[in-house]
Design a binder for this molecule. Structure first.
Ligand code: UDP
Length: 239
């Protein structure tokens, strides 16, 4: 028999890039459907799941800034991209009859609910998946920071970061054959070594609020549920 999940409530951060599948842009329906199914399995196992989806598959503010454009306008576009992904994820969850609600950091009441910690808390307690869209609602931040902020606000036991690799390495494993993978590392070490796992603001916020970061490959089918049970391959960032 499979071991029970070790967590009461988690926040799963999925980068926009993870939704690309083999496409250069947008959402691969097969990928979003698989991830929705895995979130559903986690909920069925009794874990409360909050979800943050990035926007990098659609737009990043830095793209405009690098071309000499207005960073703030670019970041607004990036935050809107995260809302588009949240709507896509909500639809994928609903198709599987997994009840979910979207809470946006930026009010857009004809499209979704505006973030309220109290309402999100009630939804999680009722076993609904909550989707946090719009990042922090502010330019010059990322959805990693948005995820760390919401994980702290919602008192999550851990922040799961689903990436394209199976953990944190000493260097980019695609570029450096000598890169070493960590099973466990502290927030302080991640910051001191400048490891590119999440942005520094997100790691610092997690450290200050005692939130473990669990880095795993979202590309590996079933990994999220396995790691929730303490069985899968992941790096745990904790003090
Ligand atoms: N963004 C922002 N503030 C936030 C979160 C996101 O301005 O609090 C913008 C920013 O332009 C960012 C884009 O939204 O590049 C998409 O988010 P992110 O790059 O974090 O997405 P991911 O890399 O996870 O797909």
């Amino acid at each position: 028999m499979a071991a029970a999940a070790r967590y009461r409530r988690v926040l799963l951060k999925v980068s926009g890039e993870a939704l690309l599948g083999s496409q250069p842009f947008g959402i691969d329906e097969k990928v979003i459907d698989r991830i929705a199914g895995e979130v559903g399995q986690a909920v069925e196992s009794g874990v409360e799941v909050a979800l943050v989806v990035g926007g990098g598959n659609i737009f990043r503010g830095m793209t405009i800034a690098k071309a000499g454009g207005n960073r703030v306008a670019g970041d607004h576009m990036g935050m809107l991209a995260t809302v588009m992904n949240a709507i896509g994820m909500h639809e994928a969850l609903e198709r599987r009859r997994i009840s979910s609600r979207i809470f946006s950091a930026i009010p857009m009441p004809t499209i979704c609910e505006t973030f309220s910690q109290q309402r999100a808390e009630r939804a999680l307690k009722r076993g609904k998946v909550v989707l946090f869209a719009g990042g922090t609602g502010n330019p010059f931040f990322t959805t990693d920071s948005g995820a760390a902020l919401r994980a702290a606000e919602m008192d999550c036991d851990a922040l799961f970061k689903g990436t394209n690799v199976d953990g944190v390495y000493s260097a980019d494993p695609k570029k450096d054959p000598n890169a070493v993978r960590f099973d466990r590392i502290t927030h302080a070490d991640v910051l001191a070594r400048g490891l590119q796992v999440m942005d520094a603001a997100a790691v610092a916020l997690a450290r200050d609020n005692g939130i473990p970061l669990i880095v795993f490959s979202i590309q590996q089918p079933g990994a999220f549920v396995d790691v929730l049970r303490g069985e899968g391959r992941a790096t745990i960032i904790a003090d």
